[in-house]
Design a protein around this ligand. Structure first.
Ligand SMILES: Cc1cc2nc3c(=O)[nH]c(=O)nc-3n(C[C@H](O)[C@H](O)[C@H](O)COP(=O)(O)O)c2cc1C
Length: 366
């Protein structure tokens, strides 16, 4: 096998075509992102609810309005801290943020990251139709939508071309059949061939080349584990890959050690689909919390913490559970009481390694 190609997104050229996927509520913070960037990949801080586990937020605040204001301000300040720390740890690396369109503070977080000199904004959980407007003053920031279908990419491109006279700098195509976290498909669509990378990547590549007529990279995400998966994605026409789950089992991953060890000891049958108040299914590991969530148990925490989403079944209909609290608990090590997002490959690692070691394994030809 040949050496891996570089990956050019906008003005930024990564030595290796490997993006570490943003993992929300402080699973991928500054430490993980900087380590990946230093190893020649693209490191991504997830901007989702970083303020929760930060000195700027006091969960005991009883006044709902005050707690909400404090939450959004804490997210902003914590994002600034993470970006500045990542930049100190990786002065020359390529660093991005992942921002979710579904979040109420999406616009604020995107603008904040651009002001802080982030190199890339990767954006999904909804269509990032307004993204160019939010970063208009920062042309060096590369903009990368996450899609699960060519149809979604086409809607974004039409709107961006018409309204802003530009196209995205790359696309992440996420396979809902294997990716971790919230999935860009309905429950009944999961497992269908139409959503598989083998179908969507060649279709996206044909769209980009023939209709857009631009050399825009298409990045494959979901279920990528080792070098053979990377080679397979590149053979389908992808220019790079995005990995989430595999980076959890690294020393530098920002989650509590108990979270990493839970992944390490998981078996393939522990990977489950959990309904989420966001309205999308989520892929996670079976634990006490996931079982309650699947059973829609009355014991679930249904108090809305901060009205963090535009549409939320927990806040609006008292259904499911409070997603940010569930993810935050798990990230801090409450591995039975929190929600542990994971891709379908959980349990394939046999030990926790450094990001450098993992990247060396991924880039070494087999
Ligand atoms: C714990 C966890 C949290 C995630 N959080 C986010 C997120 O906040 N935003 C997002 O767009 N994707 C999120 N993802 C998806 C990843 O960025 C990535 O695309 C996906 O995990 C790739 O599939 P893989 O885990 O099989 O490698 C998350 C995934 C995991 C495992």
């Amino acid at each position: 096998m040949q050496a891996l190609p570089t990956l050019k997104i906008g003005q930024h050229i990564a030595r290796y075509p490997i993006i570490q996927g943003g993992m929300g509520v402080r699973i991928s913070g500054a430490r993980l992102a900087a380590a990946v960037a230093n190893a020649g990949g693209i490191g991504v801080i997830s901007a989702a609810a970083l303020g929760l586990n930060s000195p700027y937020f006091d969960i005991s605040e009883r006044n709902v309005r005050k707690r909400r204001e404090q939450f959004f301000e804490a997210n902003r300040l914590a994002l600034i801290d993470e970006i500045q720390l990542a930049r100190r740890l990786s002065p020359d690396g390529i660093l991005g943020i992942n921002a979710m369109v579904a979040a109420q503070d999406y616009e604020l977080l995107v603008r904040t990251a651009a002001e802080q000199g982030i190199n890339l904004i990767i954006s999904g959980a909804g269509l990032p139709l307004q993204l160019p407007e939010l970063t208009a003053d920062y042309p060096a920031v590369a903009l990368v939508p996450i899609v699960s279908s060519t149809r979604a990419a086409r809607i974004i491109c039409r709107k961006w071309e018409r309204q802003y006279g530009r196209l995205p700098d790359a696309f992440v195509v996420e396979n809902p059949n294997s990716a971790g976290g919230h999935l860009g498909a309905k429950l009944e669509e999961l497992g269908t061939e139409a959503a598989a990378l083998e179908v969507v990547i060649p279709d996206m590549v044909a769209y980009v080349r023939q209709e857009l007529q631009q050399p825009l990279p298409v990045i494959a995400a979901g279920g990528i584990w080792d070098r053979s998966d990377i080679d397979r994605a590149l053979a389908l026409g992808a220019s790079g890959v995005q990995l989430g789950t595999r980076f959890i089992m690294t020393h530098e991953c920002d989650a509590d050690i108990r979270y990493k060890e839970f992944h390490l000891h998981a078996k393939p049958e522990d990977v489950v689909i959990v309904p989420s108040p966001v309205g999308m299914p989520g892929r996670a590991l079976r634990n006490a919390f996931a079982e309650k969530a699947i059973a829609n148990s009355p014991d679930l925490e249904r108090r809305c913490l901060a009205s963090c989403l535009h549409a939320c079944k927990c806040r609006d209909n008292q259904q499911n559970f409070c997603i940010v609290q569930a993810l935050d608990k798990a990230a801090r090590g409450d591995i039975e009481g929190g929600l542990i997002f994971s891709g379908s490959n959980a349990g394939r690692a046999d030990r926790i390694v450094s990001v450098g070691e993992l990247m060396t394994e991924l880039v070494t030809p087999i």
